[in-house]
Design a binder for this molecule. Structure first.
Ligand SMILES: [Zn+2]
Length: 218
């Protein structure tokens, strides 16, 4: 079986194989086909455009599509998010792209403080319950170019990449577990991955999916 670049599925079989056997084979492989098509779409879909902070744009917050609305105000600039579908930026007349970026950054930091701290507590509890002794770390957030997180055991510190806040929380959970596992093993050895798999059997798929998700985001 082969999936072409245009998304069509090709099955080759000997001429004597009855049609219903081929149908059954395709049906059996639906999960595989779905995964392959999903990957194909992610790889070939256009790169998502960077935000210009204009009304009508769509942004992604924790994996949810959220509409952006920019409203001019003479009050102090601020952001209102309804928690689901609409984010309103109240900006002063003459606000530049950089001003809007900085305003959004305050929003992201406030969100990150809540979300990363929440996941640190959840993962910490899971390690404790499994009898694995790890510290409750200080959690910091930062925009990073080349890594999703980092762990400094000597400082009991975990740093999370703020870009993760754009994607589904399943990715944050994966990165948090990965960084917590570094309290036990500093390297990416077999033991390390074994420990990660103990909490997240599907960590490999999540890692792939995470990199794919951000590969076509600005
Ligand atoms: Zn690592």
């Amino acid at each position: 079986m082969r999936i072409a670049k245009d998304g069509t599925v090709h099955v080759s079989a000997n001429a004597y194989v009855p049609d219903h056997r081929i149908d059954a084979f395709v049906i059996d492989n639906v999960p595989f086909i779905k995964r392959a098509l999903f990957k194909l779409e992610a790889l070939t879909s256009k790169k998502i455009e960077a935000l210009t902070y204009t009304t009508g744009e769509t942004m992604s917050i924790l994996g949810m599509p959220v509409q952006l609305e920019v409203v001019e105000t003479n009050e102090k600039a601020h952001i209102k998010f309804d928690g689901a579908r609409l984010l309103s930026m109240f900006v002063k007349p003459g606000y530049t792209y950089e001003d809007k970026y900085k305003l959004m950054d305050i929003f992201w930091r406030q969100l990150g403080e809540k979300v990363f701290h929440h996941w640190a507590q959840v993962v910490y509890k899971r390690f404790q319950q499994a009898g694995i002794d790890v510290p409750m770390p200080t959690v910091k957030q930062q925009r990073m170019k080349s890594r999703w997180g980092s762990c400094t055991p000597t400082k009991e510190l975990i740093k999370m990449n703020m870009r993760l806040l754009e994607g589904p929380q399943a990715y944050i959970e994966y990165v948090m577990i990965h960084e917590f596992a570094h309290f036990k093993y500093w390297d990416h050895s077999k033991n390390f991955h074994h420990l990660v798999a103990q909490f997240l059997p599907d960590w490999k798929e999540r890692k792939k999916s995470l990199n794919l998700y951000f590969a076509h985001r600005p």
